[in-house]
Design a protein around this ligand. Structure first.
Ligand code: ZN
Ligand code: ZN
Length: 102
């Protein structure tokens, strides 16, 4: 007896890593109307390739769509574009310098 599997009939065969995207929750027909191919749930904001709609990979309450490649880039670079991070970093350096000079 084989254990019943849920509809995991995506092309590839290899079980995909768990991604907190909207593949399961967005309506397939709705996605198709937006030109998003099977197996994806969004269009990448950076490069325009098919990707996945998911939460921003940083401490920002934002949801966007990125492909697997760009989501890594976004996850690595979001803080470089955040002035608050630079300010905190600057304050941190000043505080550290003050301690070192003592
Ligand atoms: Zn998805
Ligand atoms: Zn992309």
């Amino acid at each position: 007896m084989e254990s019943p599997r849920s509809a995991e009939t995506h092309s590839g065969g290899r079980s995909a890593p768990k991604r907190n995207c909207y593949c399961g929750s967005l309506d397939r027909e709705h996605l198709r109307q937006q030109g998003i191919p099977e197996g994806f749930c969004g269009i990448c904001e950076r490069c325009g390739n098919p990707g996945h709609t998911q939460h921003f990979p940083g401490p920002v309450p934002y949801t966007g769509a990125w492909c697997d490649r760009c989501v890594k880039i976004v996850a690595m670079t979001w803080y470089l574009k955040n002035p608050m991070v630079w300010m905190a970093l600057g304050i941190g350096i000043v505080v550290a310098m003050a301690f070192v000079r003592r």
